[in-house]
Write a protein that binds this ligand. Structure first.
Ligand SMILES: [Zn+2]
Length: 276
């Protein structure tokens, strides 16, 4: 599945890796009670018993480079049977993986980078330089083993470390591709990056992964945030900027194809779907 659009003067496309199935919201979000969660989900006609979120990968042509932002679950079915569609989506869109010269990661969780490497250790994008935050790679390279981290660590060892010499580490606020700037947004992971694009766009990664709950309850702790307190502070800061500057957003887990805007609704926020 793919969707073409423009980011400023740049040709862009969302290519889907397919949806993930996650546990019920009350097991992910701490703060609002189940009644409040149900009430927030009702207008969006979302099931309260489980969470289904998209994986919208951005493909962007800029300055003679072709960049893919995040690359899905690969062959893993950790979050249900419907992921792993990125290769088929690229074929459908007529995109040769060898034409992708930049692989840009928001962070190193499974659903964002496990499409990097095939199971036989051959890179899926043989000509790509990998861009990610210095703080992100440093964290995973030095993270002590722990039950919650074990899967992510295994993924980093399989997908990123073998390509270590092709990783270009980013700091906050770097224009590393023409018209594309990094924005360090830690909390979900220590080196989580959002990306800002010329033309008033932002790719938000997992700062607010669930529509509507992450927007209606920005102060709810998320079980997926490595540092839930920092996650809340970053979410509020990012959502406020997106709303105040009226930036168009590419939301990785937002409803297909993940394009829209963020508006303030009193002290909270809402995601308004629709291409700019
Ligand atoms: Zn994610």
């Amino acid at each position: 599945m793919f969707h073409r659009f423009q980011i400023g003067a740049m040709n862009a496309m969302i290519v889907s890796d397919g949806p993930l199935t996650l546990p019920r919201p009350a097991r992910i979000f701490t703060g609002p009670d189940e009644t409040a969660i149900d009430a927030a989900l009702r207008p969006a006609a979302r099931a309260a018993d489980k969470v289904r979120v998209e994986q919208n990968c951005l493909l962007l042509d800029t300055g003679g480079k072709r960049a893919l932002f995040d690359n899905g679950m690969g062959t893993s079915r950790l979050f249900g049977p419907d992921s792993g569609q990125l290769p088929a989506s690229l074929v459908e869109a007529g995109i040769d993986p060898a034409s992708i010269t930049a692989l840009v990661l928001t962070h190193a969780h499974s659903d964002h980078c496990w499409g990097t490497m095939r199971d036989d250790g051959v890179p899926n994008f043989p000509n790509a330089t990998i861009y990610m935050a210095q703080a992100e790679l440093a964290f995973w390279e030095s993270a002590p083993p722990g039950e919650r981290r074990e899967r992510s660590l295994a993924g980093v060892r399989k997908h990123l470390l073998p390509l270590r010499d092709r990783i270009r580490l980013l700091r906050d606020g770097e224009e590393f591709l023409p018209g594309v700037q990094s924005w360090l947004t830690p909390g979900h992971t220590p080196g989580h990056m959002a990306y800002l694009f010329d033309g008033g766009w932002c790719l938000t990664g997992d700062v607010a992964f669930h529509d509507p709950l992450s927007y209606v309850f920005p102060e709810a702790e998320s079980a997926f945030d490595g540092d839930p307190v920092e996650g809340i502070a970053t979410r509020k800061r990012v959502l406020a900027r997106l709303a105040d500057e009226k930036l168009a957003i590419v939301g990785y887990h937002n409803p297909w194809p993940g394009l829209g805007r963020v508006e303030r609704a009193g002290s909270v926020f809402r995601f308004v779907a629709g291409s700019a």
